[in-house]
Design a binder for this molecule. Sequence first.
Ligand code: ZN
Length: 59
Amino acid sequence: MQKEKWVLCPVCGNKTRVKVREDTVLLNFPLYCPKCKHESLIDAENLVLAVHKHGEDNA
Ligand SMILES: [Zn+2]
């Protein structure tokens, strides 16, 4: 069975509706938080998340 975990909002720390598995790879994924309604750009690989800085890649 694959390991998976919920992605937490980098702004407010709330659980989002997005899960990643250990074989999930995300690049510049727009993560939307239903709680604080912020969208954050994230990368994910091997269950490790990286958050892009605000204002980056927003063209
Ligand atoms: Zn949030």
